[in-house]
Design a protein around this ligand. Structure first.
Ligand code: HH2
Length: 261
């Protein structure tokens, strides 16, 4: 899953795409490099990010979603707002990536009515303040129990079980140590029976380990991606498409060789 942020303030690619053509070119490039999905967002959810109105968020992403129908791969809309999700589905998005796991009371209805797939991510609190308290009594149980309950709520609202993906929310209200713990414990989440998505790409805990700025975190991000696969993740949300895709291809080749030997 390639990341395309149409925001002025995203931590890694904010402000990069000044117009629709630039965004489409970037998306085409991601497809050439091996993306299977493009995840487009119009609101930064980095720690401390400012809130944008749903109308402003929709204005940022809808022209892209509509034009991206021609790319030939599924478009995912990264939003917490049912209004934005609804309009994006009408414009052609087939996945709703909701970092709040359906806190907007209308979200599940919108996803069900639009026949979209749904990513449910764990985040305690809201982006503006979530790094203020990263202490948990038991982080892994909290994440697994919360996502299990949100998935059940989505199914009760009429969303098909096979359309739901779970995401532990790496970097969302967790300490650097907590993120490492989450990555190691992915199998507990996989056990719930839904595909698992991991978004570790260029995040600050990778930088904290070795003191690197976002642009210098590619190697660490690729390592984290492969490790996530090894622990059962099936969708990787990444900035560095080409490098991650090549690493993943080699990884799967080796894994299939290993299983035959
Ligand atoms: N991370 C970000 C945004 N959306 N969605 C899922 N499912 N999982 C994630 O880990 C995730 C996400 C934050 O990263 P990014 O989009 O690169 O930055 P920003 O929020 O600043 O736009």
């Amino acid at each position: 899953m390639g990341i395309l942020n149409l925001t002025p303030d995203s931590f890694s690619d904010g402000g990069r795409y000044q117009n629709l053509d630039a965004a489409l070119d970037a998306a085409r490039h991601m497809v050439e490099q091996g993306a299977d999905i493009i995840d487009v967002g119009g609101e930064s959810t980095r720690p401390g990010a400012a809130v944008v109105s749903p109308e402003q968020e929709a204005r940022r992403v809808l022209p892209f979603v509509f034009a991206a129908r021609d790319l030939g791969i599924p478009i995912s809309i990264d939003t917490r707002r049912a209004l934005v999700a609804e309009q994006a589905i009408e414009a052609g998005a087939v996945i709703v990536n909701d970092v709040s796991a359906g806190r907007d009371p209308a979200m599940f209805d919108v996803v069900r009515n639009g026949g979209a797939a749904l990513v449910l991510m764990h985040m305690r609190g809201v982006p503006k303040t979530m790094q203020g308290n990263t202490q948990y009594e038991d982080l892994i149980s909290e994440v697994v129990d919360h996502l299990g309950a949100r998935a059940e709520a989505a199914v009760s609202a009429g969303i098909r079980k096979d359309r739901i993906v779970l995401d532990p929310g790496v970097g969302f209200g967790k300490s650097a140590h907590g993120n490492l713990e989450l990555m190691c414990s992915l199998p507990s989440l996989v056990e719930l029976g839904y595909p698992v998505l991991v978004g570790a790409s260029r995040k600050s805990w990778l930088g904290k380990l070795f003191g690197q700025a976002p642009g210098q975190r590619m190697a660490g991000s690729v390592a984290a991606a492969l490790y996530a696969l090894r622990r059962g993740a099936r969708i990787l949300r990444v900035h560095d498409l080409g490098s991650t895709r090549r690493a993943v291809d080699v990884y799967w080749r080796l894994m299939s060789m290993e299983s035959k030997s």
